[in-house]
Ligand binder design. Sequence first.
Ligand code: PLP
Length: 486
Amino acid sequence: MTDDIAARLRALQAADLPVHGGRTLAYVYDSGLAEVDEVARRAVASFAGSNGLDPTAFPSLLTMENDLVAAAARLLDAPDTVVGSVTSGGTESVLLAVQGARDAHLATHPDVRPAMVLPDTAHAAFHKAAHYFGVEAVLVPTSADFRADLDATARALDELGERVALVVGSAPSYAHGVVDPITDLAALAAERGIRCHVDACIGGWVLPYAARVGREVPPWTFAVEGVTSISVDLHKYAYAPKGTSVLLHRTAALRRPQFFASAAWPGYTMLNSTMQSTRSGGPLAGAWAAVQSIGDTGYELLTREVFEAVDAIVAGTTDIPGLHVVAPPDSTLIALATDDSCDPFTVCDEMAARGWYVQPQLSHGAHPATIHLSVSAATRPHVPDLLTALAEATRAAQDAGPVAVDAGVAAYVGALDPTTLTDDDFDGLLAAAGLVGDTPGDDGGLALPTRMAEVNALLDLASPALREAVLVSFLDRLQRPTGWPA
Ligand SMILES: Cc1ncc(COP(=O)(O)O)c(C=O)c1O
């Protein structure tokens, strides 16, 4: 890389959230181990051009994939019959779990539209799967403790009858950080001969070590009878570079519908175990290197560290007036809520002003708006600073008072129809919310404020369907060709 290109890349990266340092509490997972990151980075670079399309052409990739699946299987109490694949991330693992369940179901019920039953806290990746694969997502409200409601799940299963292809639980859920009652969910599924997927994308590589270091962990692995598949991301709590997750199935027969082969053209026979066809060996090698170099002892240590941080944040929050933990965390995710004296969105902005990224979560149905923290091992030494920042940010949010949406803007939003939202409507919304660039000569492009509380408060007023429509318009506006450097 020439110095010039490296400098330009660094300049581009300057506006990004920091990946290291333990102060970014969503999107990234930081072990704090610089030497592990370096080994993994080199592995990514060495295998960036290798192609997982054909395991016979790049046998190294097959070996690394089978090694990672074996490591995941050991961690998740899998029987000898287990098989698995490495995918590009949690969403792909979830997509494949749903696709496999759908295709198995269609094989025996060709005339029935398949459905899956999931708690309303399940990750949005399941909604994407429903959308892609024509499976109806039947959401069951969660109990007061944010966990799947078993009676409501049983009722939904009985009502849907033979339509159900899959039951889903999370270990833990992203939004509230609690583990669903997997033993009971899996039993409900098994009694009816239905597959049960545990989405442990975010907790799967840390909860087993939490149990090993003596923490109370609700059962959720293959040790639970009736669990047929589990997703666990390597690019989260295995602290691997971005781009890998593992999807495990209890038996090879359960995985079979996941495979795709096509000889229906004159080129090579396409043969895939995941959604991608050509896939870079980089992320796989990076994950292999990270898992090898951290090792069981390293993960136990990192798990002790991350839970020290979680416990200290939970305990410290009780001393911050106006802020509380929504549910005692089962894993490494914490959801915080505010009382009426302030709003969570302003707290997030105030945290950003103090160098901390915490993630706003909009209200949804019975679930209040909250602040999400994915805690990493690297956060532990900074917990006292984090708690000081949280206390200051909450006080500043209280001084500012709950963010108010202008009545005219609220009325404008209230009148928008998500099913017919046009570019003009979106422009009107941007103008009403003061989000249009006003630099002379500019083309009315987006001018996002550094403080997002008003935008989040506005979105919070909108229905989920309108949020989706507005944000799709937003992304459409963001993704436009710009001046490619000459
Ligand atoms: C529980 C759960 N499932 C699925 C996903 C999707 O993972 P990814 O963003 O890697 O696609 C996430 C991401 O946070 C998650 O927390």
